[in-house]
Design a protein around this ligand. Structure first.
Ligand code: PEP
Ligand code: MG
Length: 541
């Protein structure tokens, strides 16, 4: 038996054969042709077919992941109809007497390069789309049957990475799970895996061609894959898979039910999301709202600084589609493990203790204002909360509020409509816990970030796998810090929630309820299990 490890996108077990998904390498020769007109006709025919394909992909994506994800394929179809691009291909064929394949590669690569050089981030992003449609045309010209790459039997699909067009083209009925060597938690593979409720592993470096066709178990709970598992393991994890199915069916009955304990204590159960594409999961799992929208994923998903308008569209979509439910958007928490090249952040000796989150925002004021203006504009469309991460002092919180007020004033002068978002902070540093009384008087809510709080209270780098034996998520110091934060918040009349991973730890639900927690924000899939747990607790006992 071999074991591969990675990052789990969704808990759950998938059992089946591995199918290695590999795009064939296309060899394009520079040979000259005798009949350029025939090549032009071949190219035109391929473009027509590629447009048809994009339209089919649009319909598929619409059904699987909604309008926002599907839109890309109507953009692709439009790009394929662009006469400048097709004329450029015709020119290479007729003047240079080249094949349709060669001309497609030349002209499309050229166009992609032009887009890549542009300053406008929107046009910049179109470069990847040109490569995507170029591949579609070349596949048709060279007779590559992309559909057969998935095989004909249900399997756990293994790939280096998956482009959006590839992911959406996959036949869902043949997908048991997905594993990729690359990819981020917010990659399209991850988004689609989540929306399809499929166990998935990303960043699995052990992937090997020899796995093809082998029996495997993808264990999302332990973020690993077993190749040729032992009979014992197969039996244990098959039982776990069956148990999961039973539980899932039973949980559906909890939709629409209150998060109320036997003795009548009700709390809010919200969901954590990485962007608008997770809105479906919030609704399907019946979360009461969004307790943490990690806005930095909007930045991580972009090749350059996302504009105010791009951000506004993303925030508005979440706020508007979930209204009147509350949506709490955390301002950009970039830095430490979350880096983007375009921000040109210097390497640091201690990144977790370094230049990150609000520290970047308060020193790059224009950068911060772009996001705050987008948030204020989105606040007109529903029930928005704005949350500042990594706060260590009242001074920082006040500075954030001053900049926010400045943005409000500017937007008012521009005649832009806005709502009245509530303002909160992440309590994820020991300093915030110890200053919680002062901070509570200056905001509307606290959300405890137990992931970072544990790292800072216990001085355990959360990125360092070697430290796992020393790490104790139930460390009494962390639990005490949570209690202190809840008590301080309540002394000053504000609500206190938890949005770190500990919020979904069902062994602690009763402890948190006894501490007086008001809200738990967890990944969408954990909403119903958490509701079940809450409803089984009697605080009088
Ligand atoms: C946390 O630190 O607990 C948290 C929710 O934020 P992140 O995991 O994104 O740092
Ligand atoms: Mg954090």
């Amino acid at each position: 038996m071999k074991v591969g490890t990675g990052k789990s996108i969704l808990n759950g077990i998938a059992i089946g054969k591995i199918k290695i998904y590999k795009a064939p390498k296309l060899e394009i020769s520079g040979e000259l042709v005798k009949d350029p007109q025939a090549e032009v006709a071949r190219f035109n025919d391929a473009v027509e077919k590629a447009i048809e394909q994009q339209n089919v992909l649009y319909e598929k994506a619409l059904e699987a992941a909604g309008e926002e994800s599907a839109e890309i394929f109507s953009v692709h179809a439009m790009m394929l109809e662009d006469e400048d691009l097709t004329d450029a291909v015709h020119e290479v064929i007729t003047r240079g007497k080249h094949t349709a394949e060669y001309a497609t590669k030349q002209a499309f690569d050229n166009q992609a390069e032009v887009f890549a050089q542009m300053d406008d981030p929107y046009m910049n992003a179109r470069s990847a789309d040109i490569y995507d449609i170029e591949q579609a045309v070349l596949n048709i010209l060279m007779g590559v049957d992309t559909d057969s790459m998935q095989g004909t039997e249900p399997a756990i699909l293994v790939a280096e990475d998956l482009a959006p067009s590839e992911t959406v083209r996959l036949d869902k009925s043949l997908l048991l799970g997905m594993i990729t060597r690359e990819g981020s938690s917010n990659s399209h593979t991850a988004i689609l895996a989540r929306s399809m409720n499929l166990p998935a592993l990303i960043q699995c470096k052990e992937i090997d061609d020899s796995w093809d066709g082998k029996m495997a178990i993808l264990d999302g709970y332990n973020a690993c894959v077993y190749i040729d598992p032992t009979a014992d393991l197969l039996e244990t994890l098959t039982a776990r898979q069956k148990e999961d199915e039973k539980k899932r069916a039973l949980l559906q009955e909890l939709k629409g039910q209150p998060n109320t304990t036997i003795d009548g204590t009700t709390i809010k159960v919200y969901a954590n999301i990485g962007g608008p594409s997770d809105i479906g999961a919030v609704q399907v799992n019946d979360a009461g709202g969004v307790g943490l929208f990690r806005s930095e994923f909007v930045y991580l998903n972009s090749k350059t600084y996302p504009t105010e308008d791009e951000q506004f569209q993303a925030y508005k979509l979440a706020v508007q589609s979930l209204a009147p439910k509350q949506v709490i958007i955390r301002t950009c928490d970039i830095g430490a493990d979350k880096k983007v090249d375009y921000m040109e952040l210097d390497p640091e000796e201690n990144p977790a203790l370094g230049y990150r989150a609000v520290r970047i925002c308060l020193t790059r004021k224009d950068f911060f204002k772009t996001q705050l203006r987008a948030l204020l504009r989105a606040s007109a469309y529903g029930n928005l909360g704005i949350m500042f991460p990594m706060i260590i002092s009242l001074r920082e919180l006040n500075e954030c509020k001053v900049i926010l007020a400045e943005c409000r004033k500017e937007l008012e002068a521009e005649g832009v409509k806005m709502g009245n978002p509530s303002i909160g902070i992440m309590v994820e540093t020991p300093a915030a816990v110890l200053c919680a009384d002062e901070l509570a008087q200056a905001c509307d809510f606290f959300s405890i970030g137990t992931n970072d709080l544990t790292q800072y209270v216990c001085a355990i780098d959360r990125q360092n796998a070697k430290l796992e034996p020393f790490s104790d998520t139930h460390h009494p110091a962390v639990l005490r810090a949570i209690r202190m934060t809840i008590e301080a918040g309540h002394r000053h009349g504000i609500w206190v929630g938890i949005c770190g991973e500990l919020g979904a730890d069902l062994t602690l639900t009763e402890t948190f309820l006894r501490m007086g927690i008001d809200e738990l924000s967890v990944n969408p899939k954990s909403v119903l299990p958490l509701r079940k747990q809450i409803r089984s607790i009697d605080l009088r006992a």
